[in-house]
Design a protein around this ligand. Structure first.
Ligand code: SF4
Length: 263
């Protein structure tokens, strides 16, 4: 595990960053964070969910054979990208040997290869490759975030873990949403979590609309777009293809009033 404040590129925490040890601490520390950078720092040292803390640290210790030489991040993964995005991408949770290894969301795994290549084709990322936190990738008018910040066993967080983590996302949304024009929710989990937060922020008052790939829902100044998750279950089976993903991001670019990418 990477210790806070030891110089890792995505690490905003230090040895004195306050640590949440239960759900009440998350509410308190998210609510009192004075800036997005402080929020990222605080959430990156969170220990509120015992099952997820144990799993993420065990994975970081035992490692996958292919990454035996890597020092795993082994901590919660925060949002990545600009602080005032026009496009927001909502994922699910870090992958055990992806974000939990590299310390950056959707980085170092096949899902990230798909996502960042699509963002690059859409003109929203500086490069297609997302290998590790040292690779120089930057996002353009875009932020990628997630409703559960620790890698869950079998990629399935429990409802109480989703709820415990929600205040980190809610506070982040409070800062970033004012500039957002398009929100791309990858999968039904992110879709539901996003509408839950809109309700908490008094931006949505009725039932969550049905998730479908290609769904569009207008909310205040932005539009929420549904997209199948870039998981290998979807990309390997052809349920989600590159043209399908490109069409969603082309629509996000249009809504964000950004120039379309030149091929
Ligand atoms: S899932 Fe969220 S609330 Fe739970 S330990 Fe990780 S960062 Fe904290």
């Amino acid at each position: 595990m990477i210790r806070p404040g030891t110089g890792f590129p995505t690490d905003k925490a230090s040895g004195t960053t306050p640590v949440a040890r239960d759900a009440a601490d998350v509410v308190r520390l998210a609510g009192s964070a004075p800036s997005l950078a402080h929020l990222d720092a605080r959430s990156s040292v969170c220990r509120a969910c015992p099952r997820l803390v144990e799993w993420r640290e065990e994975v970081a210790e035992t490692k996958r054979a292919a990454y035996a030489a890597d020092q795993y991040w082994g901590r919660p993964v925060t949002g990545f990208g600009v602080a005032r995005p026009r496009v927001l991408v909502m994922g699910l949770a870090p992958a055990a040997h992806g974000g939990n290894r590299t310390g950056r969301i959707f980085t170092g795994d096949r899902s990230g290869d798909w996502l960042y290549a699509a963002l690059h084709r859409a003109g929203l990322a500086s490069q297609a490759a997302s290998v590790d936190a040292h690779d120089g990738l930057t996002l353009i008018d875009t932020r990628v975030t997630l409703p559960v910040r620790c890698a869950p066993p079998a990629n399935k967080p429990l409802p109480e873990e989703r709820d415990a983590c929600a205040p980190w996302l809610q506070r982040e949304l409070g800062w970033v949403l004012p500039s957002v024009k398009a929100v791309v929710c990858l999968g039904s989990f992110g879709w539901q979590a996003f509408f839950d937060q809109l309700r908490a922020l008094d931006l949505w008052s009725v039932r969550t609309p049905r998730f479908t790939h290609g769904a569009e829902v207008a909310v205040e100044e932005f539009t929420v777009l549904g997209c199948f998750h870039v998981s290998q279950q979807n990309t390997f089976t052809g349920r989600l293809t590159e043209p399908m993903l490109d069409a969603v991001f082309a629509r996000a670019v249009e809504l964000a009033d950004r120039p379309a990418a030149t091929k």
